[in-house]
Ligand binder design. Structure first.
Ligand SMILES: NC(=O)c1ccc[n+]([C@@H]2O[C@H](COP(=O)([O-])OP(=O)(O)OC[C@H]3O[C@@H](n4cnc5c(N)ncnc54)[C@H](OP(=O)(O)O)[C@@H]3O)[C@@H](O)[C@H]2O)c1
Ligand SMILES: *[C@@H]1O[C@H](CO)[C@@H](O)[C@H](O)[C@H]1NC(C)=O
Ligand SMILES: *[C@@H]1O[C@H](CO)[C@@H](O)[C@H](O)[C@H]1NC(C)=O
Ligand SMILES: *[C@@H]1O[C@H](CO)[C@@H](O)[C@H](O)[C@H]1NC(C)=O
Length: 317
């Protein structure tokens, strides 16, 4: 038996959520809270619930238009700054000057001295303008932001191999993370050796030391009924029964057990608690194989070369 004082201290500390080191001394939690499509008031309520529950990572973006809500949640939580990790993003396709002003704006909306991780949201503008020169210009502004102490680490999102190569050509600080769509159903699209056309090319990212981080881990924006496949679908729920866990927990566990950090979105406290209860149990090799082999739900995106579905990121010029 632990002495009571030790027990109370351990219980009051933030939950032990494992991390991955994405840059020297920067530890990204393996599970966090997504906030895309939440307005400021929903984001505030969800982030406050999460921070009180012991979440240690919240993912937002300038483009989500909810960072003022996240700022209020952080203040009301009373949590010390070094007990949580914040990721933000600025749009892609910006000049060095516009990138610098967007970075300043993102940080001021959060009302923080620094973010833990700042990403460039897309390899170009949302309509595809920018190209290599803008990617490189924007990266220079991102590096300045780190040097000024305003981000602990910087990274990219929706980047394919060629986009990453543009950055590596000029980088003095390498991207720490590539945040891309990844969920059960996409395993066969991204096997070892699948090459440049694979969905955001997981194998390449790890070969150059960039942490591959999953967005939409539960296929939230997937088309038709696909978005239910990882909530109530047969594969994840039947596996979950063996462990006393829900379908979404199995879908998330498949990723974290493969070393991929996740940021599921929910504003429901019950779901929120489930989504970080991932670290005290282990999927069997057989169940991991079945999840690796799953071909649905399909990636949300377009058909690529040879009728293979892709995330739609790789054709961005
Ligand atoms: N970099 C980018 O461009 C990019 C793109 C997309 C997403 N993201 C990030 O990734 C985050 C997550 O992706 P997402 O928002 O697209 O969708 P998601 O997390 O894949 O799915 C969200 C949906 O799953 C449901 N859900 C979550 N946990 C559940 C549980 N335990 N049981 C049952 N249902 C559950 C939620 O409904 P309830 O509210 O009812 O729980 C919600 O409808 C985003 O919020 C954002 O932060 C980034
Ligand atoms: C934010 O979204 C919620 C849920 O969709 C809605 O009820 C609320 O009115 C919205 N708030 C604002 C200020 O738009
Ligand atoms: C941010 O980038 C946009 C271009 O997307 C630019 O018009 C704007 O001036 C930049 N700065 C701020 C503070 O928004
Ligand atoms: C990738 O797609 C291009 C067409 O966009 C094709 O020419 C090439 O052969 C493909 N590579 C692989 C490895 O499938």
């Amino acid at each position: 038996m632990l002495p009571l004082a030790v027990f109370v201290e351990a219980f009051a500390a933030p939950l032990a959520i494992p991390t991955v080191e994405i840059a020297p001394g920067v530890h990204l939690p393996m599970a966090g809270l997504g906030t895309w499509q939440y307005n400021s008031s929903v984001a505030e309520a969800a982030a406050l619930t999460a921070l009180k529950m012991g979440y240690v990572h919240i993912d937002t973006a300038l483009g989500y238009d909810n960072q003022d809500g996240i700022a209020r949640a952080i203040k009301s939580s009373g949590r010390p700054r070094d007990s949580f990790f914040i990721t933000s993003k600025i749009p892609g396709g910006l000049s060095e000057e516009d990138a610098a002003s967007n970075l300043t704006l993102a940080l001021s909306q959060l009302d923080l001295d620094y973010v833990d991780l700042m990403l460039t949201h897309f390899p170009a503008t949302w309509t595809g303008e920018g190209g290599k020169a803008m990617r490189q210009a924007q990266w220079r502004a991102m590096e300045q932001f780190v040097r000024a102490g305003k981000a602990k680490a910087i990274g990219v999102s929706h980047y394919c191999k060629s986009h990453v190569q543009d950055i590596l050509e000029i980088a003095t600080i390498k991207p720490a993370v590539n945040q891309v769509q990844y969920h059960v159903g996409m395993g066969p699209l991204n096997p070892a050796g699948s090459g440049d056309n694979a969905t955001d090319y997981k194998e390449y990212m790890s070969s150059v030391g960039i942490t591959y981080q999953s967005f939409s881990p539960l296929c939230g924006p997937c088309a038709g009924t696909d978005h239910l496949e990882l909530i109530t679908g047969e594969l994840v729920t039947s596996i979950g029964k063996k462990y006393g866990k829900s379908g979404p927990q199995v879908a998330l566990k498949w990723q974290v057990q493969s070393g991929i950090p996740v940021i599921p979105k929910t504003s429901n406290p019950k779901h929120m608690a489930e989504n970080i209860d991932l670290f005290s149990w282990t999927l069997s090799d057989g169940d991991m194989h079945a999840l690796n082999a799953a071909t649905k739900p399909m990636v949300a995106g377009d058909m690529g070369p040879a009728g293979v579905p892709v995330s739609g990121d790789c054709p961005v010029p």
